[in-house]
Design a protein. Structure first.
Length: 96
């Protein structure tokens, strides 16, 4: 019986596609990376695009534009920057 599976899928997708929820999550991530586990301020190690106030609804989310490197070109960019891909930087890029 697939009915329970479809009910669970509907519930999961409803939460994932609620852009107000996604906006809140982005704000939480941005706040969490600006502090260490003891609450001391840190320089954020990455940029999180933030929702534009007043332009988020359950079905529409407008966020900051962040200039960056596409994931498909990340490895080449890392090599260009001289990062050692067999070390910690490589693990950040998903290498094993």
């Amino acid at each position: 019986d697939y009915y329970p599976v479809f009910c669970e899928l509907e519930r999961a997708l409803d939460g994932e596609l609620d852009f107000l929820n996604e906006a809140q999550s982005a704000l939480k991530v941005a706040a969490s990376i600006r502090h260490d586990p003891l609450g001391r301020p840190l320089d954020a190690p990455l940029v999180v695009p933030l929702p534009v106030p007043g332009l988020a609804t359950r079905r529409v989310l407008v966020m900051d534009f962040v200039e960056g490197t596409p994931l498909s070109k990340l490895e080449a960019k890392a090599r260009e920057m001289g990062l050692e891909l067999d070390g910690p930087a490589g693990k950040m890029l998903g290498r094993r």
